[in-house]
Design a protein around this ligand. Structure first.
Ligand code: ADP
Ligand code: MG
Length: 471
C-alpha cells in the first residue's frame, strides 16, 4: 500500500517539532516539500545546497529520529535540491542527494555512550568520544585584541599539554564571546597533534548530572576512575559548580590527581575566579594556579574579520558596505553576530536574492528582540525626526544650520544613552562622522540640559517615548 507522502512527512514534522526551537522549525522545516516515498526512502525538496548542508549539520539527529519512528531503522532520507526555480514551461531543475548519515545505529551508539561514559573498560583511547566539535578550531577562531592572550595561551597548551605553566588554563568571559569555541579548539588541536591522548570535553552541567547519577547508582568509584584516565580534561562553564558542595569536592579530588600526574586541565567560566561565589576557597585557589585569561567583546575590526570569515567559509561574498553595517549594528556578542549572518544566508537562499544592505537591514530588524527593537537605531532616529519635523537625510547629513544641528546632537546623545553602541558606530549612522564629533554632541546636550529648562524638557519627552528616564 502506498503511504501518502504528505502524511508521512507530517508525522516526521511532529516529532522534529518537539526537538527544536519554534524559530528553527519555521526557518528550516516549513520550506521543505515532501516529494515521494519509495523503497523505504523519503525524498524531500529543499531550496538550496546551503539549506541542505545546514539541515545535515544541525538537525541530522532529529531527522534520523523522525525517520526511525515513522519508517523504521531501514528508512532513508533523500534530498532534492532546487538548483533552478524554473518557470511554467520548464519544471524546476533539481538533483538528489542521499543523506550522509546512512548508518542509523551510529547516533544511537553515541547517545548510549553519552548516558554512561564511564563504562569503557575495553576500549582504547582512540575510540573514546572526546565530545569535541570538529568545526571549533583555532583556524576558525579569529584573533583580535579581545582574545589575544587567551588564544596564545591556548595554542601554547595545545602544543605542550600538561607541560607549560598554564595548568590549569582558565578562560573566562561573557556569554557568546567564544569560550566554548576556544577551549574546544585546544582539544581539537591536541587530538590532532597527539592522537593517543585521551582528551575529554565536558560541560559542568553534564559533569554534575553524571555525578548525581553515580551517587544514585552507587557507582562513584567508576565515575572517579573514569575521570582519572583523562589526559586532557576540558570543563566548560565551571560557574555552575557554585553551591554544589559535593560535586565540588569530587571535582577537587579529580583536579588534584590529574594535576599531580601532569595532566592538562582547561576550564571556562562566565566570570573571573575572584567573582565566583559559592565556590570552596581551596578549589578557587587551584583555579588560579595556572593562567587566567579573559575574552572581551571584539572590537570593530575583529567583528568585520569574524563576519568575513564566516561568509568566506560558506563561499559567500558580500559588499563591504553590508559588512560595515552589520559590524556597526551588532555589538552584543559573537553568537548574535553569527545568528544574524545565518539568518541572512537563509533569507538570501530562500528568496534567491543577493545579500545587500536592504536585506541586511530587514533581517536585522526581524530578529532583534522586542526590547532591543524598541531601542534600535532606526526607532530612535525616527523619534527624533518626528519630534523636530526634520528629514532623516537632513538629520544624518552635513548641514550646519542651527535648526538641524540641534536635533542631530540630540539624536547622538540619545544613541549614546540608550544603546551600547560605541562612539565610532554612532558616528557611522550620521554619515561617518568621527568619534570626537559624537563626544562634542553628547557634551553639548548634557550641558544644555543643565542650563536650559526647555532643552531638558525636550530630551526628557523624547526619552519618555521609550519609557525611560534620564538619570
Ligand atoms: P561562549 O561559550 O563564550 O558563550 P561560544 O564559544 O559558544 O561562546 O561562541 C559563540 C559563537 O561565536 C560560536 O559559534 C563561535 O564560533 C563564535 N565565535 C566567538 N568568538 C569567535 C572568534 N574570535 N572568531 C570566530 N568565531 C567566534
Ligand atoms: Mg559556552
Amino acid at each position: 500500500m502506498q503511504i501518502a507522502v504528505t502524511e508521512l512527512w507530517n508525522k516526521c514534522l511532529n516529532i522534529i517539532r518537539d526537538d527544536i526551537s519554534e524559530q528553527s522549525f519555521t526557518t528550516w522545516f516549513s520550506p521543505i516539500v515532501p516529494l515521494k516515498f519509495q523503497n523505504n526512502t523519503l525524498t524531500i525538496q529543499v531550496p538550496s545546497q546551503f539549506f541542505y548542508e545546514w539541515l545535515e549539520e544541525n538537525f541530522v539527529s532529529s531527522l534520523r529520529k523522525a525517520i526511525d519512528h515513522t519508517i523504521g531503522r531501514q528508512g532513508m532520507l533523500e534530498y532534492s535540491i532546487i538548483v533552478d526555480k524554473g518557470d511554467r514551461k520548464n519544471p524546476p531543475l533539481s538533483f538528489n542527494l542521499p543523506t550522509t548519515n546512512q548508518n542509523p545505529s551510529k547516533d544511537f551508539i553515541n547517545q548510549q555512550a553519552a548516558k554512561s561514559p564511564f563504562q569503557f573498560k575495553n576500549l582504547d583511547s582512540l575510540e573514546l568520544d572526546s565530545y569535541l566539535i570538529p568545526k571549533y578550531t583555532f583556524d576558525k577562531f579569529i584573533e583580535g585584541d579581545c582574545n589575544r592572550l587567551g588564544r596564545a595561551a591556548g595554542m601554547a597548551v595545545a602544543n605542550k599539554p600538561g607541560l607549560t605553566s598554564f595548568n590549569p588554563l582558565m578562560i573566562y568571559g561573557g556569554v557568546g564571546l567564544g569560550k566554548t569555541h576556544l577551549i574546544q579548539a585546544i582539544g581539537n588541536e591536541i587530538k590532532q597533534q597527539f592522537p593517543d591522548k585521551f582528551v575529554l570535553y565536558v560541560s559542568t552541567e553534564k559533569f554534575t548530572n553524571q555525578f548525581v547519577n553515580a551517587i544514585r547508582n552507587n557507582s562513584i568509584e567508576a565515575f572517579t576512575n573514569f575521570y582519572l584516565q583523562v589526559d586532557v580534561l576540558i570543563i566548560d562553564d565551571v560557574q555552575f559548580l557554585s553551591g554544589k558542595e559535593k560535586t565540588q569536592e569530587t571535582f577537587f579530588n579529580i583536579f588534584n590527581h590529574l594535576h599531580q600526574s601532569g595532566k592538562q586541565i582547561i576550564l571556562s567560566s562566565d566570570r573571573a575566579p575572584r567573582d565566583l561565589a559559592g565556590m570552596e576557597d581551596r578549589l578557587l585557589s587551584r583555579f588560579k594556579w595556572g593562567l587566567t585569561a579573559d575574552l572581551q567583546q571584539p572590537d570593530f575590526e575583529t567583528r568585520i574579520a569574524i563576519i568575513q570569515k564566516k561568509l568566506q567559509d560558506d563561499g559567500i561574498q558580500i559588499d563591504f558596505e553590508v559588512l560595515e553595517y552589520l559590524a556597526h549594528s551588532i555589538q552584543t556578542n559573537v553568537r548574535e553576530l553569527e545568528g544574524v549572518i545565518i539568518s541572512l544566508m537563509a533569507q538570501a537562499s530562500l528568496t534567491r536574492k543577493e545579500i545587500d544592505l536592504d536585506l541586511a537591514k530587514a533581517t536585522l530588524k526581524s530578529i532583534v528582540n522586542e526590547q532591543e527593537k524598541e531601542l534600535s537605531v532606526e526607532n530612535i532616529l525616527e523619534a527624533v525626526t518626528h519630534h523636530f519635523s526634520v528629514d532623516l537625510s537632513t538629520l544624518q547629513g552635513k548641514c550646519r544650520k542651527k535648526e538641524n544641528v540641534f536635533p542631530r546632537q540630540v539624536a547622538m546623545y540619545m544613541l549614546k544613552e540608550l544603546t551600547n553602541l560605541p562612539l565610532k558606530s554612532i558616528g557611522y549612522h550620521f554619515g561617518g562622522r568621527d568619534h570626537s564629533t559624537v563626544i562634542h554632541a553628547v557634551q553639548s546636550i548634557s550641558e544644555a540640559m543643565e542650563t536650559d529648562k526647555t532643552v531638558e524638557k525636550t530630551v526628557k519627552k523624547l526619552f519618555n517615548r521609550f519609557n525611560l528616564n534620564t538619570h
